[in-house]
Write a protein that binds this ligand. Structure first.
Ligand SMILES: C[S@@+](CC[C@H](N)C(=O)[O-])C[C@H]1O[C@@H](n2cnc3c(N)ncnc32)[C@H](O)[C@@H]1O
Length: 216
């Protein structure tokens, strides 16, 4: 069962926990590897659609891990149990991940490993509400797409608006693909500029370009 570089990157942060819940598991590749490699003792593979649920169930049976991995047809984190201490949510939009985290009880979860396909800032914006802080942050590339990875643990930290938007660790370490993405955004806004018609829109785009340049 091949694990993409993206999922492999997420998997690394599950090491050493007891019970994983992988939300939006689809094929269940990540929980299967996490259990096989001994990163976690057991796992829940959760999906809210029939097709992915069936595929996850088949894959878990194929690997003969039914006693360690429970496949659940459910919505978000609603059906996780008290033993779950690490959650992964990968390959979904930032807004959907945010809604999943707000719409449930994180119980005894110690770590959240989140890989939004976009709008990571939506997740950073609810850290206070869910009582987690950013332990680590990565920006990496796979198949010419740039992804964020957020590793959160329980605790409270204060973040500025700029840190919520771009990520506090990204702003300090300025990783390569973070800078590439910011540069692309600047080019995108510079291309839009001649097309806007009102002064207000021009001011907004000017301000966004200035903000993007400030984080390079
Ligand atoms: C794009 S796939 C990502 C699969 C895998 N996590 C990965 O990163 O490769 C998204 C999966 O999340 C499931 N999903 C979307 N919203 C969900 C929710 N609220 N609760 C559970 N599963 C969800 C979809 O059915 C789909 O199988």
């Amino acid at each position: 069962m091949p694990l993409s570089k993206r999922l492999h990157t997420c998997l690394q942060f599950t090491r050493g926990f007891q019970k994983l819940a992988d939300i939006g598991t689809d094929h269940a590749f990540l929980p299967i590897m996490a259990v096989k490699e001994g990163y976690v003792y057991s796992a829940l593979a959760i999906d809210n659609k029939e097709g992915p649920y069936d595929i996850a169930k088949k894959n878990v049976e194929k690997t003969n891990l039914q006693d360690k991995i429970q496949v659940i047809y459910s919505e978000g984190i609603k059906d996780i149990d008290e033993d779950v201490d690490v959650i992964t949510i990968n390959g979904l939009g930032g807004r959907v991940i945010k809604d999943i985290l707000l719409d449930g009880d994180l119980k005894n979860v110690k770590r959240l490993v989140l890989q939004p396909n976009n709008e990571a800032s939506r997740i950073r914006g609810i850290l206070h509400e869910i009582g987690f802080y950013i332990l680590d942050e990565l920006v990496f590339e796979e198949n010419k797409r740039i992804y964020d990875l957020l590793v959160l643990e329980r605790g409270v930290k204060e973040y500025t608006d700029l840190e919520i938007e771009y990520g506090p660790i990204n702003l300090t370490l300025k990783p390569h693909f973070f800078l590439i993405r910011v540069e692309k955004e600047i080019v995108k806004y510079e291309k839009i500029m001649p097309l806007v018609t009102t002064k207000e829109q021009q001011r907004e785009i000017d301000a966004k370009i200035a903000e993007l340049r400030s984080v390079l």
